[in-house]
Design a protein around this ligand. Structure first.
Ligand code: MLT
Length: 334
């Protein structure tokens, strides 16, 4: 009897300490909007490896690709209320929750990877982190860089705005992007990212825009034929954490999360430089036809800037703000 009691209490003690350990270890859920092989996936993989290492294998981050955890915009809501831990999504799907983020989606604002890095990792980025915590309940802890959003479609080669007329283009539910297409003379179709492949496949829409890397990761070459190299938006994809979940973590874990996010950001810029040209070639070899916009994109640029910039100056923080950002990029003010 005595022996039995001893065995029982030992078993109980073991069970108890195992539970205590488990209570500390955590596998965070990370929603990823895109499929495997894109910049979002790459950022997520690096983040998860770094987090594991920095927490001595205790905390893990499990990625759910292809919008399995909901549309990109829904994941912001879920993270805000703390039912989702992390999400990696395109910045244009954060703007509706925090208008100042629109500075990163103004057409023709960001003209290179260097501009994107300067804005996200400098003062502007720091402010946007604060603003999204305040407005949207999520904290940006990393950035992926995906390149310019090129226009794809299944109808015809497009180089001029005339060619664009009559083409039905899907856009994210982002006012700035909707207005940009309106400035180009068409009424685009706002639609969640998670529904886009099927809509292209069923010809509900003829086209959409996203970076080479994203078009490749989403296998859009299976449902799209033509690419136009417009450069109105350089795609930036933040890694966000629910602010509620973040505040729930011990300081050492918070530190590990922030550092893992930073390491993933550095990795993302290098990865883009390494991959983009090859992926462009790969899409061409799969039969996609690539053209440049006519006239050095002049008409596209003029129409978009004239119609869209004045309309959004206030929501992104006013004219002085815009001019100081332009100046920091070495460009003329408005
Ligand atoms: C969108 O078009 O909604 C997003 O930019 C897609 C993405 O996250 O890659």
């Amino acid at each position: 009897k005595n022996k039995l009691t001893k065995v029982l209490s030992l078993t109980l003690a073991l069970a108890f300490s195992a539970t205590a350990l488990n209570a500390q270890a955590k596998t965070f859920k990370v929603a990823v909007g895109d499929g495997a092989g894109g910049t979002q996936h790459e950022l997520g993989k690096k983040f998860s490896a770094e987090l594991k290492e920095r927490t001595g294998n205790k905390h893990k981050a499990k990625l759910f690709l292809n919008g399995q955890l909901g549309s990109e915009q829904d994941t912001v809501n879920d993270a805000a209320i703390g039912t989702l831990d992390f999400s990696i999504l395109a910045i244009n799907n954060v703007t509706p929750f925090s208008p100042s983020v629109g500075i990163l989606t103004l057409p023709y604002m960001i003209q290179s990877l260097d501009d994107a890095v300067a804005l996200t990792q400098g003062e502007v980025g720091k402010e946007l982190v604060e603003n999204t915590i305040r407005d949207a309940g999520v904290r940006i802890i990393g950035w992926a860089y995906s390149g310019f959003r090129v226009l794809t479609n299944s109808k015809r080669p497009i180089t001029t705005l005339e060619d664009l007329q009559g083409v039905v283009v899907r856009v994210p539910k982002n006012e700035i992007m909707i207005d940009t297409y309106k400035a180009w003379g068409i009424n685009p179709t706002p639609m969640a990212w998670s529904e886009t492949f099927t809509a292209l496949q069923q010809r509900v829409v003829d086209g959409q825009d996203n970076p080479y890397i994203t078009n490749y990761a989403m296998k859009f070459d299976e449902v799209q034929k033509y690419i136009t190299n417009i450069r109105y938006l350089f795609s930036i994809e933040p890694l966000i954490v629910s602010e509620a979940v973040f505040q729930d973590q011990k300081p050492a874990v918070q530190k590990a999360i922030l550092e893992a996010g930073e390491a993933a950001t550095q990795h993302s810029a290098a990865w883009l430089k390494d991959q983009e040209a090859n992926i462009k070639k790969e899409l061409a070899s799969r039969g996609m036809e690539i053209s440049d916009p006519a006239n050095g994109e002049k008409e596209w640029i003029e129409k978009a800037k004239t119609a869209v910039w004045p309309k959004y100056i206030d929501s992104i923080g006013g004219k002085d703000k815009l001019n100081s950002v332009l100046k920091s990029l070495g460009r003329e003010g408005v």
